[in-house]
Design a protein around this ligand. Structure first.
Ligand SMILES: [Zn+2]
Length: 417
């Protein structure tokens, strides 16, 4: 992926995130909110046929209100489907429609269409409930990590990937390690030696399997997780069987009872805390750099106006935005061509504005209002600046929001702004 594509997908992800948050808040008074996930290889005509079928089945719904609401939602979805060609766009499309509670016994009919999500939609899903189905999209938008997974005991082993939230089993092996019970006629010493040899061979085989899979991807790999019963996983790690670069990437070893494919899922569950910690690692590093520059250097900037100015000059290396920032930007242009920007809460109304350069009054209705994050990301994109969304789940991340207005930057060079 080129840098530009990566930036574009960041912005698209943010736009998706906003729509999902909006949808999560909606409730239907009955089972009347319709969500449809369409994979890219599903013909639109098939989807229309499915929706038509659901529409006719909805006539059996007992409550008149729910029946009407479901049928209206389906009609609205059918109308939207007419805008597509034979197939949906790349990665598919998700459609949401339904009558949502608007308070005071009122309902609002809303319809949202999200095209080309970040990952391919895997299967067709029709869902009708009192809430919209947003989880599959949320999973796609979650921070993407790539982790190597290994589970083993002395009898079997499985290796695979954790990609984002998805576990992908890849290969398995089983051992010829004899049980603890020796056969008659064998000396105890010889039996013990053969058994240790067999264990050693099996660990080597498992390590080779892991090395073959993970080493070629080591530059994209965020870490390796190893699971199994004790002492197997400890012997395996202490014996340095893994390629040394992988060995250095082991984030932890975890107790897991099963070592078949299901063990890979258990491993991810057991490693939950370590993975959560890892997810905010980049955020933590970038905030450390910011505070270091703020106190001892000259390459930190913060607040909307300063950061925007630096961005505009192309001086920002990394734009830091708090994940919880919810602000709008107003752009005022007076008749003398001066431009002012103002940051306000997304829920706030606009006040009368006077041009900061010439003092001319600018009617509020002439101000352009847009989402602050989109405004800044667009500037960042034009200047080759990387945007980092910073979680508020750690102290310095929380400070970015509370003490610095949720907007900051690490500069390429000192600008004196
Ligand atoms: Zn002016």
């Amino acid at each position: 992926m080129s840098e530009q594509e990566a930036e574009q997908s960041d912005r698209q992800k943010y736009e998706f995130q906003k729509v999902i948050e909006e949808l999560q808040d909606y409730r239907g008074s009955g089972t009347q909110l319709v969500t449809i996930y369409v994979p890219e290889d599903k013909q639109i005509s098939d989807v229309v046929a499915h929706v038509t079928q659901e529409h006719s089945e909805a006539s059996n719904i007992k409550s008149k209100e729910t029946r009407t609401n479901v049928q209206d939602a389906l009609k609205s979805i059918k109308d939207r489907l007419r805008y597509f060609d034979t197939y949906p766009p790349e990665n598919g499309v998700v459609l949401f429609s339904g009558a949502v509670d608007a308070g005071g016994g009122q309902t609002d009919m809303i319809t949202r269409v999200l095209e080309s999500p970040p990952d391919p939609i895997e299967s067709f899903r029709y869902h009708c409930d009192a809430e919209f189905l947003t989880e599959p999209l949320e999973d796609m938008l979650a921070d993407k990590g790539l982790f190597g997974l290994v589970v083993l005991d002395r009898r079997e082993a499985n290796v695979g990937w954790l990609k984002g939230k998805r576990v992908e089993p890849v290969k398995s092996a089983s051992s010829l390690v004899p049980g603890k019970q020796r056969k008659g006629g064998q000396s105890a010493q010889r039996f013990a030696r053969l058994r240790l040899e067999a264990i050693d061979n099996f660990y080597q085989e498992v390590a080779e399997m892991a090395n073959d899979l993970f080493v070629p991807e080591r530059h994209d790999l965020d870490g390796v997780l190893v699971g199994g019963p004790s002492p197997t996983k400890d012997e395996f790690l202490d014996g340095d069987y893994l390629h040394h670069e992988l060995q250095d990437m082991v984030l932890g070893k975890f107790d897991v009872s099963y070592t078949d494919e299901s063990g890979l899922y258990d491993l991810v569950d057991a490693a939950e805390e370590v993975l959560a910690e890892h997810e905010i690692l980049q955020d933590k590093e970038v905030m450390e750099t910011f505070f270091k520059e703020l106190h001892d250097g000259e390459k930190a900037t913060y607040g909307f106006d300063q950061t925007r100015q630096n961005l505009n000059m192309g001086a920002v290396e990394q734009l830091l935005i708090s994940e919880d920032l919810r602000k709008d930007v107003l752009t005022y242009e007076c008749s003398n061509g001066h431009t002012d920007y103002e940051l306000i809460d997304t829920t706030a109304d606009t006040d009368p504005h006077t041009c900061s350069t010439c003092g001319e009054d600018v009617p509020t209705e002439e101000a352009e209002r847009e989402d602050a994050i989109e405004h800044l990301m667009e500037l960042a994109e034009q200047r080759g600046t990387e945007t980092v969304f910073v979680s508020t789940d750690f102290e310095k991340g929380e400070q970015l929001l509370t003490a610095f207005g949720g907007i900051a930057g690490i500069l390429r060079y000192s600008t004196g702004v």
